[in-house]
Design a protein around this ligand. Sequence first.
Ligand code: CAA
Length: 385
Amino acid sequence: MHTIEGVNFQLSEEHLAVRDAARDFAQNDLLPGVIERDIHTKFPKEEIKKMGELGFMGMMIDPRYGGSGMDTLSYVIAMEEICKVDASAGVAMSVNNSLVCYGLNQYGTEEQKQKYLKPLASGQIIGAFCLSEPEAGSDATSQKTTAEDMGDHYLINGTKNWITNGDTSSVCLVMAQTHVELKHKGINCLIIEKGQDGFVVGKKEDKMGIRASDTHSLMFSDVKVPKENRIGPEGFGFKFAMTTLNGGRIGIAAQALGIAAGAFELSVKYAKERKAFGKTISEHQAIQFKLADMKTKIEAARLLVYKAARDKDAGLDYVESAAMAKLFASEVAMWVTTEAVQIHGGYGYVREFHVERMMRDAKITQIYEGTSEIQKMVIAREILK
Ligand code: CAA
């Protein structure tokens, strides 16, 4: 059942403080180098380290496991502010928070939490979530990576593709097939540390957008993983991936919202400064109507993102609200950033004015953590079940 009973969008003092802290950090620390990092595909290493110190890398995790002990609404508010400026830093933050830390916190053993969650949530190290494969993107049950049961350990073989934080992560949550005959119910999720024999980081992807994020393929050749590194019971890996991704989709929805809101703010500023035909372009109705449509869509996206976060915080089912938030916010991000480039005209097509990067960054939000088509599939299944 989906209700709006969990919805209360009155932001508390704490939420406003999170927003201000994230906004200050984004403006002071992320903005100065964001164009250079995009051009040179340079991961924001120092900036991510600082995000850990500020408590942004494990926001929803209990302080006794190194986190900030905040709610999902705080997390999406921070994500929006970070992604208004730098969506590459945003995806590293989102994967670490909602896929790696949240997954470990929900389903990990006490030992796993002490050993892995603490350093991950406090930002001392970052993590990666490894589900996609060369032939298993949307069709995620078709896992070809294997985790052969060897008694006291698993032997991992296979390749994972498009892995965010691929090179920079110290710990990876890897989905792998143990019992092929059980299909998705034979998949396990294993915590695999970097630096093990047979674990190789493949080439860095040369991407259209979020170019400063660190995306690689990962190869496993007879990698030994102890049984105690399995998350949950035998065969729980696919369910783990799906339930964790529900929360991940809220994070990516917030990323999309931030990209859209950032492009909108720049467009308003530019429209008030730029003159054409004897007046500022903001005085032309053609531009005014664009700004009105942009703001309306962003506000609608924000309501869906907050609603999904509130559903999760209220303990309600959030499969559908997360999918709706991601579907809508990512479509809005793509549309708004395209309009932002149009408003900026020729200046919008060059790097200096940021909006061309935002348009490239927006595209990925319609693809990762479930394409728009997969979100529609999830929503339709929820409607019809
Ligand atoms: N929440 C909880 N459980 C879910 C679920 C969800 N959203 N979606 C599916 N499941 C469960 C089903 O209930 C089912 O469980 P049971 O067998 O116990 O009933 C199981 O998963 C298999 O589901 P289906 O039978 O529906 O399988 P399917 O093949 O028809 O559909 C799918 C599966 C929904 C399409 C799934 O493969 C999917 O979500 N694909 C998209 C994958 C994805 O989002 N990848 C993101 C990669 S990670 C990433 O991008 C991170 C990054 O770097 C930024």
